[in-house]
Write a protein that binds this ligand. Structure first.
Ligand code: ATP
Length: 249
């Protein structure tokens, strides 16, 4: 990691429930900002709303990064979008072309999910701690995984796969500046970049809640809080992530 190495404290486990669950426990015990936990074989990998994240030691990189922020939870609006920008920048540095972001937390390649981001927050006496979980497919996930849609993998996009430690290093090197900019100026600092990477910017979309269509319209990006803006027949509506899912219309 070169000069930035001092910012990270990387630990790896051959097996564990999920990198985020384990790092959340370490955060509660005082682990420092920049702590990274890689779990090669996750027995309970999670996405949003307790959904499963499929991974295997050969096919995936699954890790979590702990980052502390000053101020209250309102300062962290849009953090998962800022993380997406960092991941996309790392992929570009690795030579992956055409990675796109899907609000609020996925990284797509040719419209398929290549990586997932799961941001979990807790408040501390002097600020907030974020545990940022990232799962990225090097190869397609196991065939028996229950997926809503066909996934993407780095192997689709690169002539040779990077070593997992090199991929981790690239991700951390790109995440640190994105998180620093976010810490200084919030999501507005990264908003233009996020919108340039957004898969359905200015395109027709549907917003689903529990699988049912809640909104339909043209996606107009995200506001300063990272809320999705959808231009509907009733005017522009703001969607806060929670239990909403975005689809192309
Ligand atoms: P959406 O926004 O489309 O509703 P989501 O953001 O809720 O999706 P996540 O919670 O981030 O999805 O991820 C969990 C979902 O991702 C699973 O339900 C599964 O369909 C899919 N998934 C799980 N593992 C992988 C994987 N390794 N690669 C691609 N997709 C996966």
């Amino acid at each position: 990691l070169g000069a930035s190495a001092a910012r990270f404290d990387v630990d790896a486990l051959a097996e564990g429930t999920s990198s985020s669950d384990l790092l959340l426990e370490r955060a509660a015990r005082g682990a420092g900002s920049g702590s990274v936990l890689v779990v090669d074989r996750q027995t309970a990998g999670r996405g949003r709303r307790g959904r499963q994240w499929a991974s295997s030691p050969d096919a995936s990189l699954t890790f979590s990064l702990l980052w502390r922020f000053d101020g209250g939870v309102e300062r962290l609006a849009g953090l998962s979008l800022a993380v997406g920008v960092g991941v996309a920048n790392a992929l570009a540095a690795l030579g992956v072309r055409g990675a796109a972001l899907k609000w609020p937390n996925d990284v797509l390649l040719a419209g398929r999910k290549l990586a997932g981001v799961l941001v979990e927050l807790s408040s501390e006496r002097r600020g907030m701690v974020a545990v940022i979980g990232i799962g990225i497919n090097l190869l397609p996930p196991p065939a028996d995984a229950a997926l809503d849609a066909p996934p993407a993998a780095l192997a689709d996009a690169l002539p040779a796969l990077p070593e997992r430690h090199a991929l981790l290093a690239e991700l951390l090197l790109a995440l640190a500046p994105a998180l620093d900019r976010f810490a200084a100026d919030g999501f507005p600092a990264l908003r233009d970049e996020w919108q340039a990477l957004h898969a359905w910017q200015d395109a027709p979309v549907r917003v689903l809640r529990d699988g049912r269509v809640e909104l339909e319209g043209v996606c107009r990006g995200a506001d300063a809080d990272g809320a999705l803006l959808v231009d509907t027949a009733r005017g522009v509506e703001r969607c806060l992530s929670g239990d909403l899912s975005l689809r192309a219309a």
